[in-house]
Every structure is written in structure tokens, then in C-alpha cells.
Design a protein around this ligand. Structure first.
Ligand SMILES: [Zn+2]
Length: 144
């Protein structure tokens, strides 16, 4: 603990501060590993319990943190969103990869050949996924 008056470190159990002479109250002399200089932050009686109880009542938070919804639906939504973004990047990755490979062929000192090939491969995969996803969406739209 530190002296409440001058802030210098005080030895636990000391009756008064060795730097400024301020007498310590008995409870202040008890070393508290969690409290440091600050008084212990206990919640005031009568105040609502922290966070969890109030969160479900906040509509803004409910939009950010879905509560009371199917976890599968949440994962499906996020996965769809991410794959949609990735799939749009797929054709770009393929195009950039081929451009990079052409550059590397003309100047073999340029590195990053395997990086370009990786971009093409993953880009092709996500492009195929984009096409398949489009077919599935189209089929569902036509069937429904
Ligand atoms: Zn002191």
C-alpha cells in the first residue's frame, strides 16, 4: 500500500508513514493486493448489478450482440457475410495473381511467385464458391 497523504510506499502494518508521519488507520494498514492506492470499489447498495442484467433491455446492444436468437442463424449470417466479401475478392485475387506472375516472368528477380499462385488458387476457389452460391440463391428464388 501507499501512504494516503504523500503517496510514498508504506510498509504493511506500519502505524504511521515513514516519510511524512501521517498515522494510518488500522484498516488502511491491512495490505490489500487488489486495491493499490484506491479505496476498494464496491458497488453501492441499491444500484443495479453490472452490465449483464441491463444488456438485454438495450435495443442497440441487442442489434450488436444478438441475444435470444438461434446461434446457428447468427453463425450462418456472419459466414454468409464473410464469404460474400471473400467471393467478391476472389476474381480480384485471380486477376492480380496473373498480373503478378506476368511481372515475375519478365523480371525473375521479383519475388512473390508462390504468393501470386496462392492468390490465384484461393481466388479460383472463392470464385467457384461465388458461382455455386449464386446458383443456389437462384434455385431457391425460383423454387420459392
Ligand atoms: Zn506519507
Amino acid at each position: 500500500m501507499n501512504c494516503p497523504n504523500c503517496g510514498n510506499p508504506a510498509s504493511p502494518g506500519a502505524a504511521q508513514c515513514t516519510f511524512c508521519g501521517t498515522p494510518f488507520k488500522p484498516n488502511q494498514a491491512t495490505p490489500n493486493p487488489f486495491a493499490g492506492d484506491m479505496p476498494p470499489g464496491k458497488p453501492l447498495p441499491g444500484q443495479p448489478a453490472p452490465q449483464t442484467a441491463r444488456m438485454e433491455d438495450d435495443p442497440a446492444l441487442r442489434m450488436l450482440i444478438p441475444i435470444g436468437r438461434s446461434p446457428q442463424a447468427i453463425f450462418a449470417g456472419y459466414a454468409g457475410l464473410i464469404s460474400f466479401g471473400c467471393c467478391l475478392l476472389g476474381p480480384i485475387a485471380v486477376a492480380l495473381g496473373f498480373v503478378a506472375l506476368k511481372d515475375i516472368k519478365q523480371d525473375p528477380k521479383l519475388g512473390g511467385k508462390w504468393r501470386a499462385i496462392f492468390g490465384i488458387v484461393t481466388g479460383v476457389i472463392t470464385t467457384i464458391a461465388l458461382i455455386l452460391g449464386g446458383i443456389v440463391l437462384l434455385a431457391e428464388a425460383l423454387a420459392g
